[in-house]
Design a protein. Structure first.
Lengths: 1062, 225
């Protein structure tokens, strides 16, 4: 390249390049993102294939290839964008490249590979329509797509260095500064100081030492932030041009780009860019034949986060250890080697050519007052579209997270967003309407920072987040200030204690006090902002700290010192799944049964119907394989061990023996309460309004899931001489709470469940042929009545809906069964296994439909009118709201309609007006009870299970019954109901045997009976594992407990024996 | 001359005077640990913080390094400052409880307890020894190494120093080395008690015959009996 001899020569060069580009126009171009993220995802392979195919097939004149830096759509890397047309083909495999090229040559779109949104399965042919791009304003980042960073010609053809030309022609540095001030540009490094003002100070600074310096700060230290990297990698000339203009404005002739060593690609591309710019005469002496001189040198960081701070950065460039110093004096007055130094962030500098070219007024139109322009954020964490997004200031967090980011990944709800990196804070989901600008974020307790935005969901522990950032800061503190060094260490220590279950109430106060002092007394920004993550999580998520400290629980299952073995921690009754699985592997089935039975009086029942929260948290599963089939293993044990072999220990206690408790409801909650009260020595009477005990186990869960005999056997083994069950006794009709107290009961436990189906509230709901689901199920389960006509429809998506569907399918005369749900399949609350089984058995599933009318003929149901839904905006639950599509009403002829939308409780018996009424929730009738102590508003009356929570699971009801026994016992002994909790960590050591195969990531197949046997009989569908399969499955357990237990000390006697043998 | 207003009292000082010097001139007490007259100020211990500025822009700065500015309003014992000092002393006691200097400071500011895990470190990284060595003894033998958790003081790469003249100046100025003699275990305190604590920065051996710099040394007094 020859040196350009004038500004005019530069313009002519640009025109020439544009003419050359025009000549190639019409030819499709493949644009491949090869930034660091793109390369890590495999774009190098894609590029290799493209180049190979182009050469092999002589396509050089027919198709172009542009290799660019990071374009920000990192989640979909490696992708190709075909220009013109903007067809984006995401997540390509090497074998797909050929098809992309073929489509590009023909000018068509490959429908199978083109970008599609997953939730509405729509294809997007044009890049700018893709939701990720639509709401962005890619002033800076957008250029990356059109520029190959190692070709200065691309930059110039795209309008590069025109701003420099304008500035050189005008020859008025004061004008540059006034433009930058007028634009309102604020430093993008985090502090947000007015860039124009800083340049004004720098220009005015004269301290007799001559030389001024300009430094571009690319020491992006925040974990997760990579905006500056992408600009420097993808468009280094934008920085060079920005620096040139800055240098002219402030009067500096020497500049540095301080890049962290961890950015090798950025360093490489900067060096290439500097060389090419120098060759063209855009850097060096007499730039474009003017008397402007400017040199840029690249300096590499050495791995210290603190060197992002400007005074530490200056020290680092001068060859010393990066340590901040007190300001004033500010670097603009005394900086590098004592001379005036202006330090600007890379993103700030990238905005400068834009301001000069478009004019300050145009620039200031984007954004909001005092926060103009755009900002690039790195959107990472639990979000669908991870990547870099550039948005105008003032946009809400909601828009970024949901519209651009695509919402949560998986079913866990988003609960917070962390901005500003380790110096920032978190914003909870309730505040997502906050507009993003420097000032509003500070008011909310966070900061803009360099632009990191980490999305956190329900599986993120906020205490762990604070701990993580504190560890980072404690390692990165330069160590000079005592409070910063020791303060971050001690804050980390305290957070570690809390995360290990050793937290106390005093810790929270100490955290706040220490955090304030560290913030106040540290000399530099690192220390001053180090406590922000702690203070911010305390401000918005204090309840999580409280759970860790008081309840010794980590609800996100992250803090290992509290969780212990995740399976045991997740179980509402604390069943030590790891322990009985270890026994199974050793062939010790009786021991395994004892472990199960100790925690759960309904082992055989749960082995069939439990929703297994343990499996959801099993590390085998969360690490990418299949979770251990814990429930099936439990069934294996309970099927072969007689429940009578377990002899629970009863306490003989005079105090307890003198009391009797009344329990209303003989479901799992009521019977569990009776059982545990009996172990403590109390007598109880369980009143049941049905003719036999069992509650929902009997009336709602069909026998192909839970055989009647199993329920009976289990109840029989629980009932002992302290418990008497009286059936056909209904509260309100045969007795009331008052009469029970009069009879001498010391306490009452209400556990009569949620048996009242909620109504659709449509006309015709009481017609013959329309049944609430509980009524439909009870009719069959209790009395063997078949209520189904030929065509059965069920409205709902929960377990009772799916149960009703599978029951209907097995009834005689039924031709088809359809389940109608108003949201999508993924959002159905029923157990996944149940839905799959239902579909396998032939139930039709219609999603995104809602009933609007019930039709009748001759006084009976004849059909139902439905309307189609589409998914709209996100609502407060974090799910997309179903919105009816007008004009899509259609009628489905049906003979039977089962309404299974949810259940409430029939609590009129206790809530009717009166002095002693029990408070209920008016929306669904459930009883209001304290979730920790189960007390209602009436002393001595406790409530738990579905009657309080609404329809819930069997194991949660068992847990409520267990807790009720503890609470009633404390109440009667006049002890405080709320007492400090203890850590639940594995304690018993079970020696692992040989034959561990934790690398076996797939489950053994769970045996089920054939499809034809299923459909017309009510035989149990699931079968027991064989002994061999059970042992294989048990050996897949990762034994998370072994981190906490250790083998007992060897007996000394054996040692002596050994010595004797020798 | 620059006029500042300290605790409501106007005072004129020469250009380049730090707030600490101004306070000492008028007589307002400000505690220090890493400051020693004759050595350049460093600002590491943060004990000397004072509050400057007004309203939302008020902040704490280390008075030993902050130069006086015209019209500056300074408060040396505001609530914020006192809270900060007490917490800093708690942190010091939590790490280096055996130092007499630190104990006396804690006493003076009524800090009687510390709420952290007790450590027994022998260096608070105040940098006095390093500055003594560089600025007064012109030896430049020791300095800071590492960052954050791993910051320590010693010779480059822990290699035995050729520049060190064994003057003992570093031990003389070290606040952590100043053992509260005898205290609970008189038999452990021999004379040269500070050398008994193995100053981390230099080798101990040449100091076996060192003189005791503490006066009076209670241990010596007891031993006399």
């Amino acid at each position: 390249m020859n040196k350009l001899q004038s500004i005019d020569a530069l313009d002519r060069f640009r025109s020439q390049l544009l003419r050359e580009h025009k000549a190639h126009n019409g030819k499709p171009t493949l644009v491949v993102c090869a930034g660091t993220g793109g390369q890590a995802s495999g774009s190098n392979d894609i590029l290799r294939i493209i180049k190979k195919l182009i050469l092999e097939r002589n396509l050089q004149d027919k198709i172009g290839l542009r290799v660019t830096g990071c374009q920000g759509f990192c989640e979909k890397d490696p992708f190709i964008v075909v220009e013109p047309g903007g067809h984006l083909y995401p997540k390509l495999k090497m074998k797909d490249v050929e098809r992309v090229i073929a489509a590009a040559l023909k000018g068509t779109v490959d429908e199978e590979l083109i970008y599609k949104e997953l939730w509405d399965r729509k294809s997007y042919h044009a890049q700018q329509d893709i939701p990720f791009f639509k709401k962005q304003k890619r002033t800076i980042l957008g250029d990356n797509q059109y520029i190959d960073p190692i070709r200065i010609a691309d930059y110039i053809a795209h309008g590069g260095y025109a701003a420099l030309g304008k500035v050189l022609r005008r020859n008025d540095p004061e004008w540059i500064i006034s433009e930058v001030i007028a634009s309102g540009l604020r430093g993008r490094g985090g502090a947000g100081f007015s860039t124009g003002k800083k340049w004004e100070f720098a220009r005015a600074a004269r301290n007799g030492l001559g030389q001024k310096y300009l430094i571009a700060n690319c020491d992006e230290g925040d974990p997760g932030a990579y905006m500056d990297r992408s600009i420097l990698e993808g468009n280094p000339h934008a920085i060079v041009e920005g620096m040139l203009i800055a240098g002219i404005a402030i009067g500096a002739t020497q500049a540095f780009i301080y890049v962290r060593s961890e950015y090798p690609l950025a360093i490489k591309h900067s060096l290439i860019a500097l060389r090419q710019a120098t060759d063209l005469g855009l850097l060096g002496k007499n730039i474009l034949n003017t008397d402007i001189e400017f040199e840029i040198e690249v300096v590499r960081g050495a791995g210290a986060f603190v060197c992002g701070e400007e005074t530490a950065l200056i020290k680092s460039i001068s060859g010393y250890v990066g340590e901040p110093r007190q300001r004033p004096p500010y670097p603009v007055h005394r900086g590098l080697w004592g001379r005036p130094t202006c330090i600007n962030n890379v993103e700030t500098l990238a905005n400068i050519p834009v301001i000069i070219t478009r004019g300050a007024k145009e620039f200031a139109k984007v954004g909001v007052p005092r926060n103009t322009g755009t900002k690039i954020f790195s959107l990472v964490g639990k979000i669908k579209n991870t990547g870099l997004v550039e948005v105008p200031m003032g946009i809400t967090i909601n828009t970024i997270v949901n519209d651009i980011g695509g919402g949560p990944v998986g079913s866990a709800r988003i609960k917070a967003v962390q901005t500003g990196g380790p110096s920032g804070g978190c914003i909870p989901a309730s505040m997502f309407d906050l507009p993003i600008d420097y000032d509003s974020l500070v008011a909310a307790g966070s900061i803009m920072g360099s632009g990191g935005m980490i999305v956190m969901d329900e599986n993120t522990c906020m205490v762990d987040v604070a701990k993580y950032f504190m560890k980072f800061l404690k390692d990165e503190s330069c160590g000079k200030c005592y409070t910063c060094r020791k303060g971050t260490q001690r804050l980390y220590e305290i957070l570690e204690d809390i995360a290990d279950g050793k937290g106390t109430e005093a810790h929270v106060a100490l955290l706040e006090e220490l955090a304030t002092v560290v913030k106040d007394t540290s000399m530099c920004g690192l220390g001053q902002s180090a406590p922000n993550p702690v203070l911010s999580t305390l401000r918005y998520f204090k309840h999580e700290y409280a759970r860790h400290i008081h309840d010794k629980r980590c609800d996100a299952f992250v803090c290992k010192g509290i969780v212990g073995a995740p399976c045991a921690s997740a179980c509402p009754v604390g069943t030590e799944a790891w322990r009985y699985i270890a026994h199974i592997q050793r062939g010790e089935y009786q021991e395994a049964y004892n472990v199960i039975r100790e925690a759960n009086p309904f082992p055989s029942v749960c082995a069939r119907v439990c929703h297994h929260p343990c499996e959801d948290r099993c590390k085998s599963g969360t690490q990418g394989g299949d979770p251990v089939a814990i429930r099936a293993l439990k069934r294996f044990v309970t099927d072969r061990i007689d429940p009578r072999s377990y002899k629970p220990v009863h306490v003989h206690d005079e105090f307890a023996a003198s009391h009797k408790i009344a329990i209303i409801g003989s479901g799992p909650a009521g019977l569990s309460a009776a059982h545990y009260l009996s172990l403590k020595g109390y007598k109880s009477t369980v009143y049941e309004s049905d003719t036999r005990p069992g509650g929902m186990l009997y009336s709602a869960i069909p026998s192909y899931r839970l055989p009647r005999a199993t329920i009976d056997k289990e109840i029989e083994s629980i009932t002992d001489e302290n418990i008497s069950v009286r059936c056909s006794m209904t509260l309100g009709r045969d007795m009331t709470i008052d009469t029970l107290f009069e009879e001498g009961y010391s306490a009452v436990f209400l556990a009569f469940g949620a048996h009242k189906s909620l109504r659709l509230n449509l006309r015709g709901e009481d017609l013959p042929g329309v049944y609430p689901s509980i009524q439909f199920l009870k009719a069959f389960n209790q009395r063997g009545e078949n209520l189904s006509g030929e065509r059965v429809g069920i409205v709902g998506g929960g377990n009772s809906a799916v149960d009703a569907a599978r029951v209907a399918l097995r009834q005689p005369g039924v031709k088809n069964v359809t389940l109608f749900y108003r949201r999508t399949r993924e959002e159905m609350p029923a157990f996944e296994e149940e839905i799959e089984a239902a579909i396998q058995e032939g139930v039709h599933l219609e999603t995104l439909v809602a009933p609007t009318g019930i039709l009748q003929e001759e006084g009976r149901l004849s059909g139902v009118e439905f309307i189609n839904n589409q998914l709209g905006d996100f609502d407060e639950s974090g799910r997309r709201r179903p919105v009816p599509v007008p004009g899509t009403q259609h009628i489905v002829p049906l003979d039977t309609l089962v309404v299974a939308i949810s259940e409430g409780s029939d609590t009129d018996c206790v809530s009717v007006a009166g002095v002693n009424r029990i408070e209920v929730d008016p929306r669904n009738g459930t009883i209001k009870a304290d979730s920790d102590t189960l007390v209602t508003n009436r002393p001595g009356v406790f409530a738990g299970g579905d009657v309080v929570t609404g329809p819930n699971t069997v194991i949660d009801a068992v847990a409520a019954g267990k807790k009720a026994a503890v609470m009633i016992d404390r109440y009667l002994r006049k002890e405080p109901l709320k007492q400090p909790s203890a850590l639940r960590l594995p304690r018993h050591y079970v020696e692992p045997t040989n034959g561990h195969s934790p690398l076996q990531t797939k489950r053994v197949p769970l045996p089920r009976i054939d499809m034809d046997k299923r459909k017309h009989e009510f035989v149990e569908v699931e079968r027991t594992l064989t002994e061999e399969d059970a042992k294989v499955e048990a050996s897949r357990c990762l034994r998370c407990d072994l981190d906490f237990t250790h083998p007992p000390e060897p007996e000394p006697a054996i040692e002596e024996e050994r010595e004797q043998l020798v | 001359m620059i006029k500042i207003i300290m605790n409501g009292v106007p005072v004129s000082v020469e250009e380049g005077t730090t707030l600490l010097e101004a306070a000492q001139f008028i007589g307002f007490p400000i505690p220090t640990l890493c400051h020693l007259e004759g050595l350049s100020p460093y600002g590491a211990c943060r004990l000397c913080v004072v509050e400057i500025g007004e309203g939302s822009k008020s902040k704490l700065v280390s008075s030993c390094t902050y130069p006086a500015e015209e019209g500056l309003r300074v408060r040396t014992s505001s609530t914020r400052v006192v809270k900060a000092r007490k917490m800093i002393l708690e942190l010091l006691l939590a790490s280096c409880p055996q130092s007499k200097v630190i104990q006396d400071l804690a006493s003076k500011y009524q800090v009687r307890q510390q709420r952290f895990r007790q450590e027994h470190e022998t260096c608070i990284l105040c940098g006095l020894c390093s500055r003594m060595c560089s600025e007064q003894m012109m030896a430049h033998a020791i300095g800071f190494r590492g960052r954050g958790d791993h910051r320590s003081l010693g010779t480059p790469f822990d290699i035995k120093s050729e520049k060190c003249r064994l003057c003992g100046g570093c031990i003389y100025v070290c606040p952590a080395c100043q053992l509260r003699c005898t205290y609970t275990q008189p038999e452990m305190a021999i004379c040269g008690g500070c050398a008994n604590l193995s100053p981390p920065c230099i080798e101990k051996k040449p100091f076996d015959d060192m003189m005791c710099y503490m006066s009076p040394c209670v241990a010596c007094e007891i031993k006399k009996d």
